[in-house]
Write a protein that binds this ligand. Structure first.
Ligand code: XMP
Length: 321
């Protein structure tokens, strides 16, 4: 279903006009997450208001390998967008010390994200407009526009900020995901950004079970980069909708250099799905799996075992927390 009339080029022209009219001559702020929705919004807003746009990227410490640097180099160096990176890893880990309950972790991360964003926004002084990457499924899933609520983790209107903005602009709120991708392509965003697999707001935190620590996150990040890299090298990324590593916080006995070792386990999760409401485990070629296991157990210090998650959704969810 397409919620706008005409072509994507017409949509872009109208969106730019809309942002210009709404922002008038005021400064504009955008939270950049590295996902395709906020990226498209940032590029649209930059085209519309130029240097009056400032983007804030909060690095929670739960990003994938090199993600923060990639976001910075694309938006600051290539698009020359005013972009502030907030390195908040220590702050998040401090708040999460000793926390193991999945819902508690999500809640703390969500709240801390908002506090960090608010603090940075306040440093900028008066900012009239906030640009948000709300898309049409967010509105549907949150029960807006006459739809029944199915999920709570996408909230319409975005973050509950304690900052008064004169206006909130949601330029892509009538688009479905594929339309957002199309829009991104037409705006010149690289395919690696446009075609990104979904990544949850709390990031690697929901894939690192038990208490979150820097060494555990580092192991997960490395294993995840190897797994994703191999899937992409094999050209399978178009056939598998989501693939990632999980650190289940399970240690087991193994053998390394003829000696007993007691190390972490990595779970590989790869699913095929049309809508993420249900999902099936992807069946990977055996040779590829062998390569991945070898690379992870040889290359990621502290991992001696790799297992594959064959669970469909239901009964499992895609994520582990
Ligand atoms: P589950 O685990 O619920 O995931 O089967 C379905 C899809 O939603 C993503 N997901 C999230 N996305 N914020 C997000 O933006 C979240 O808190 C969140 N939790 C899960 C998940 O990666 C999968 O694509």
């Amino acid at each position: 279903m397409i919620n706008f009339k005409g072509t994507m080029d017409n949509f872009i022209t109208d969106a730019l006009d809309g942002i210009c009219a709404e922002a008038s001559d005021r400064p504009v702020l955008c939270a950049l997450s590295g996902g395709v929705d906020s990226a498209v919004c940032a590029v649209l807003a930059h085209k519309a208001v130029g240097s009056r746009l400032t983007c804030i990227f909060v690095d929670t410490g739960f990003m994938r390998k090199n993600e923060g640097d990639n976001v910075m180099s694309l938006f600051r160096d290539t698009y020359e967008i005013n972009l502030i990176r907030v390195d908040a890893e220590e702050r998040f880990l401090k708040k999460l010390k000793g926390v193991t309950d999945p819902e508690q972790k999500r809640k703390i991360i969500g709240e801390e994200f908002i506090r960090v964003f608010e603090e940075e926004a306040k440093k900028l002084g008066k900012v009239g407009c906030l640009i948000q990457g709300t898309i049409y499924p967010d509105i549907m899933e949150s029960g807006g526009d006459g739809h029944k609520q199915v999920k709570a983790h996408h909230n319409v209107g975005g973050m509950p900020l304690n900052i008064e903005f004169e206006s909130v602009i949601e330029p892509i709120k009538m688009l479905f995901k594929e339309e957002v991708r199309d829009c991104g392509r037409r705006l010149g965003l690289p395919e690696s950004f446009v075609n990104r697999q979904p990544f949850p707001g709390p990031g690697l935190a929901v894939r690192c079970l038990g208490e979150l620590t820097k060494p555990k996150l580092e192991i997960l990040r490395e294993a995840d980069a190897i797994f994703c890299g191999e899937i992409e090298k094999a050209g399978l990324q178009g056939q598998i909708q989501q693939y990632f590593a999980v650190l289940p916080n399970v240690q087991s006995v193994g053998v390394r250099n003829d000696e007993r070792c007691y190390e972490e386990t990595i779970v590989l999760r790869a699913v095929t799905t049309d809508d993420f409401i249900t999902a099936k485990p992807a069946i990977l070629p055996h040779e590829l799996t062998e390569t991945i296991v070898k690379r992870i157990t040889n290359g990621v210090k502290g991992v001696n075992r790799v297992v594959y998650d064959f669970t469909p959704k239901p009964s499992g969810t895609v994520e582990w927390e």
